[in-house]
Write a protein that binds this ligand. Structure first.
Ligand code: ASP
Length: 453
C-alpha cells in the first residue's frame, strides 16, 4: 500500500488535478491520497491557506471580508469548472466556510485554526468528488473520523501516539481514501493545525499508521536538488538521501520537504519518495535509512538567512560552572529558542532566528547578560546566514572542513563561525547575509563541480 501526498501547486488548477488523477489511477497500490489546499498557480498568485488566514482575520476584526471570501470560493469554483463538476460541491464548500466564519469566535486562535484548515478539508472533498465523477470508488475521510489526534498547540501541533493504532483501521476501507493534510483534532475535538506546509507531516503520519510500503510525496520539482536552484543554475539532483540528511537539509532551508515530516516515516522505516506531479516518470529522490556512500562527503548544501548571534565573552568562562545554563536561562525567560551554540574557552555564541528579537529586547538582553553573568563583552550581530554542508559521508572523510574553508577563502568570504554537529552529518558555516550566495556557489563548485585529482 502506498500513501501519496500532493502539495498545493499540484492541486492549484483543474489541469493539475487531472494529473493527480492520472498518477493515482496508474498504480493500484496508491490507496491513500493526502491533499493540500490549492496553492499558487504562478509566482504572483496567493495560496488559498493565506487567503483563508486573511479572511478569518477580517472576520475577527469585524471588517468587510466579502472580496476575499469571493476570491476563495472562486478558486474552488474555477477548479470545479475545469473538471466539469456540478455546482453541488461548490455549494458544500461555500456552506462549510460560511458556517465556520460565522461560528464561535470566543477563542480567536481556535477560530483561525478551523478556518485555516478548511483549505485542505474542502479541497479533499472536491478531489474526492472529482474522483467519484470519474467513476472511481473514492471517499473523503475526515481526520476526526480517522482518529488523527494531535496536541493542543495551534499552528504547531504534534501527533499523539495513540493516533497510529486508530489510523491503521484505514487499511480496512475499500476504494481510494482522500484525506486532508495539515491538521488533526485535539482531545476536546477542536481543529489544530501543524506548522505551515504541514500536509507533508499528515502524509508521513498516515504512512506510519497504515504501515505503508512507501510514502510518495508529489511536488513540483523533479528531485531534491543538491543546492537551492535560485542560487546555482541547474544544480545536481539527489537520487538518494538518508532521513538524517534530509532532516538536516530541510532544517537548513530546503523547503521541498517539511523537516518535521520525516520522523513518523522514519520510525516505521517507511521510505519516502519525493516526486514531481508534472513529470511523474522521473525517479525523484528516495529518502531511506541507509544509503550507499558513493558520491563524496557532501550530499547537499542548504542555506538560510535571518539569523543573529549573541556573542558573550568572559575571562575564565571555562572554569565557571553553570555559566552556560545561566545564559540559556535568560533566553528561556524571554521564550527565545536557539539554533546553535559554538563556544571557545572564554567565549560562547548563541545563534537564534533574529525575528524573535526586536531592538528593545536586544538592549535588554545585553544588559541582563552583563549584569547577571558579569560578562566582559556581549555583542549581538544581526543579518547572518547559516550554510549547512550535509552528508553522512563526512564521517569517514578527512579534510571536508579544510576543503570548505579553502573554497570560502578563495571566494573572499569571511567565516563568522563554524560548528560541526556531534553527529558529523552536517557542518555549519555562519557568514554575513550579503555574501551568502557567493559562499554557497563557492562550496557547490568545490564539492560538486570541481573534479578531484
Ligand atoms: N496549505 C498549508 C500551507 O500553506 C499546508 C500545506 O500546504 O502543506 O501551509
Amino acid at each position: 500500500m502506498k500513501v501519496v501526498k500532493f502539495g498545493g501547486s499540484s492541486l492549484a488548477s483543474g489541469e493539475q488535478v487531472k494529473k493527480v488523477y492520472n498518477i493515482v489511477t496508474s498504480d493500484p497500490d496508491r490507496k491513500i491520497v493526502v491533499v493540500s489546499a490549492p496553492g499558487k498557480r504562478n509566482s504572483s498568485d496567493i495560496k488559498v491557506t493565506d487567503l483563508l488566514i486573511s479572511c478569518a482575520d477580517k472576520y475577527l476584526k469585524n471588517e468587510d471580508a466579502s472580496d476575499i471570501f469571493g476570491t476563495i470560493i472562486d478558486r474552488y469554483h474555477s477548479i470545479a469548472k475545469e473538471l466539469h463538476l456540478s455546482n453541488d460541491i461548490i455549494q458544500t464548500i461555500t456552506d462549510d466556510l460560511l458556517s465556520l466564519l460565522n461560528g464561535d469566535k470566543s477563542n480567536p486562535d481556535s477560530f483561525i485554526e478551523s478556518v485555516k484548515a478548511s483549505g485542505e478539508d474542502n479541497n479533499a472533498k472536491l478531489i474526492a468528488a472529482f474522483f467519484k465523477h470519474q467513476g472511481l470508488d473514492a471517499h473523503y475521510v475526515s481526520p476526526k473520523d480517522a482518529g488523527l489526534l494531535v496536541s493542543n498547540d495551534p499552528g504547531n501541533a504534534q501527533v499523539l501516539p495513540e493516533s497510529y493504532e486508530r489510523l491503521y483501521e484505514l487499511r480496512k476501507k475499500s476504494g481510494i481514501i482522500v484525506f486532508p493534510g495539515f491538521f488533526g483534532y485535539n482531545e476536546t475535538g477542536e481543529v489544530v493545525t501543524f506548522s505551515r506546509s504541514g500536509s507533508d507531516i499528515t502524509g508521513s503520519i498516515l504512512a506510519n499508521g497504515v504501515k505503508a510500503d512507501i510514502y510518495e510525496n508529489f511536488t513540483d520539482v523533479d528531485a531534491v536538488y543538491a543546492v537551492n536552484p535560485n542560487i546555482v543554475d541547474h544544480p545536481k539532483e539527489i537520487r538518494e538521501l538518508t532521513y538524517r540528511e534530509m532532516r538536516e537539509l530541510s532544517y537548513g532551508g530546503f523547503s521541498v520537504f517539511h523537516d518535521e515530516a520525516l520522523i513518523p516515516a522514519f520510525r516505521a522505516g517507511i521510505p519516502v519518495n519525493v516526486k514531481n506531479t508534472n513529470n511523474p516518470e522521473a525517479p525523484g529522490t528516495k529518502i531511506v535509512n541507509e544509503r550507499e556512500n558513493t558520491n563524496g562527503p557532501v550530499v547537499g548544501i542548504a542555506s538560510d538567512e535571518g539569523f543573529c548571534s549573541i556573542y558573550v565573552s568572559k575571562y575564565l568562562m571555562n572554569r565557571e560552572i553553570g555559566f552556560g545554563r545561566r545564559l540559556l536561562l535568560i533566553l528561556e525567560e524571554f521564550g527565545l529558542s536557539y539554533e546553535h551554540i559554538p563556544s571557545g574557552i572564554d567565549d560562547i555564541t548563541v545563534i537564534l532566528r533574529q525575528n524573535q528579537i526586536d531592538e528593545k529586547l536586544e538592549d535588554y538582553i545585553v544588559k541582563r547578560i552583563i549584569e547577571d553573568l558579569q560578562a566582559d563583552e556581549v555583542k549581538i550581530v544581526r543579518n547572518l546566514a547559516l550554510i549547512m554542508l550535509v552528508g553522512e559521508g563526512m564521517r569517514q572523510n578527512v579534510g571536508t572542513a579544510a576543503r570548505a574553508s579553502k573554497a570560502l577563502a578563495e571566494a573572499n568570504v569571511n567565516i563568522e563561525m563554524i560548528n560541526q554537529g556531534s553527529s558529523e552529518v552536517s557542518m555549519m558555516f555562519g557568514v554575513k547575509e550579503a555574501v551568502e550566495k557567493k559562499a554557497v556557489q563557492a562550496l557547490y563548485e568545490e564539492f560538486f563541480v570541481r573534479v578531484m585529482v
